[in-house]
Write a protein that binds this ligand. Structure first.
Ligand code: JFZ
Length: 448
């Protein structure tokens, strides 16, 4: 028993190290909601009843779905894992579920297991696969008491929540049972639907008992390496293997719901390419490639992965704007990837002008702001003897002084369009003593 426990702990730790090294993943929101072109919340937002929503699957026929092509685009962009919606809040299963016929095989003219095909392509390409799985369910009759959402679906005001949990766990067991290979993990969402005080992120009280431990133990029994994350926006629960920050960098709180403390688990931040998760035909607000790369670099500098979202069309295509941006990101990661993959954030904390990553005792200073000062002070580096500092690429030497923080003199003609990277090599192995490095990541000294 103790032996088994030790082995599975080691497996989980390896998985976490892998996750920390990966730094970049692709999020995919795809379901029957994609047909409406109004995002994945259309059932709730447009107050569509279960009866009406159930007509959508009969029109879901993604004739262009080519998972090999999706994975090729993902891999070319430089992502190391893909997280796809197995079931979103609408309750529709994108695989051939045995405990329900409300799924893509039984209810759509397409009739094929979407996740199975993707899992096979991911395995071939060496990309890890995670499932986004909604605990919240706007379709299942037993999801009762109703939560903060899903109150306009026309369901009877009755149901047995424990029966719903059995159903949810049965579906999770199908996904983790081996049919979809060795998984990277699960990305749960919807816990907040039952949160009593959603505004207070320090209050983890819920109207129901989610029995998280049961679900998490089930997954770890079936797949010890699978990492579990949960988009609950409160402090992590036992059994969770990474902590996520939706649309924010750890520590930042742009939208008001990331007031959670940054813990010691591996971190992930997710964001959209336009402003939507599921396909939204009228959302043309695509971010620039430069902004997306900046987000990736800033995530790495905050010791977090970026999970970048794509919302494919109902036909199964990535929009041309998305493909273009992913291709451009790929050109960047191919050239500069070594400054993010396998790195840890810091030891310098993120600055308004840029950020820092580190690996193998080497520091990468990322200057992202075109108006960055010529004289760059690197807080948190006092006492660090610098052997040399050079521009990534050209190898051109950058002047260094100690004030006592390491201070670089970046000539304005050295500035690059997207990210000016300076490689700082310490004279001796530097053991970082900063909050970021005490988070549980490897210290600079113990890097491979
Ligand atoms: C959730 C989903 O509702 C959404 O559809 C999408 O899948 C996204 C990735 O995750 O969105 C959330 C979840 C939690 C909060 C806000 C949006 N929150 O706690 O405020």
């Amino acid at each position: 028993m103790i032996f088994l426990l030790t082995v599975s702990l080691a497996v989980a730790q390896d998985a976490q190290e892998w996750f920390r090294d990966a730094r970049f993943g692709m999020f995919i929101h795809w379901g029957v909601y994609s047909l409406m072109g109004k995002g994945e919340w259309v059932m709730e937002n447009d107050r569509i009843t279960v009866a009406d929503y159930e007509t959508l699957p009969s029109r879901f026929n993604p004739v262009d779905y080519d998972p090999a092509e999706w994975v090729r685009v993902a891999k070319d962009a430089g992502v190391r894992y893909v997280t796809i919606t197995s079931k979103h809040h609408d309750g529709f299963a994108m695989w051939d579920s045995k405990v329900s016929d409300y799924d893509v095989v039984d209810r759509t003219p397409y009739g094929k297991d979407v996740l199975k095909a993707l899992a096979e392509e991911c395995r071939t390409a060496g990309i890890k696969l995670f499932f986004y799985h909604s605990q919240l369910d706007w379709h299942h009759p037993d999801y009762y008491p109703r939560g903060n959402t899903g109150r306009h679906t026309g369901r009877l005001e009755a149901g047995d929540f424990n029966r719903y949990l059995d159903y949810m766990n049965a579906q999770v067991a199908e996904l983790a049972g081996g049919e979809y290979g060795e998984l990277g993990g699960f990305w749960f969402d919807g816990w907040w639907d039952q949160q009593v005080n959603e505004a207070d992120k320090s209050d983890r009280t819920t109207h129901v008992d989610w029995k998280l431990k049961e679900t998490y133990d089930l997954i770890h029994r079936l797949q010890p390496q699978a990492l579990i994350g949960n988009n609950h926006h409160v402090a992590p629960f036992e059994g969770e293997g990474f902590q996520m920050f939706e649309r924010d960098l750890p520590g930042a709180n742009t939208f008001g719901y990331n007031t959670t403390q940054v813990g010691t688990l591996p971190l992930e931040s997710c964001d959209t390419i336009n402003g939507s998760w599921g396909f939204n035909a009228s959302d043309r607000a695509f971010k620039s490639t430069k902004d997306l790369i900046h987000y990736l670099v800033r995530a790495a500098g905050s010791d977090a992965n970026l999970l970048l979202n794509v919302g494919p069309t109902p036909e199964g295509n990535f929009s041309p704007e998305v493909v273009e941006r992913l291709r451009e990101i790929g050109a960047w990661t191919r050239e500069f990837g070594e400054t993010i993959y396998g790195t840890r954030g810091g030891p310098m904390k993120p600055q308004p002008w840029g950020t820092m990553t580190s690996k193998d005792g080497v520091l990468y200073v990322h200057v992202l702001d075109a108006n960055a000062p010529e004289r760059l002070v690197l807080p948190g580096t006092a006492g660090l003897g610098v052997r040399d500092a050079r521009l990534f690429g050209s190898g051109r030497e950058v002047k260094v002084e100690s004030t006592p923080d390491v201070t670089l003199h970046l000539p304005s003609d050295a500035q690059q369009a997207v990210d000016t990277i300076i490689i700082v090599r310490p004279r001796s192995v530097f053991i970082a003593e900063t909050p970021l490095h005490r988070r549980g990541g490897r210290s600079l000294a113990s890097h491979r």
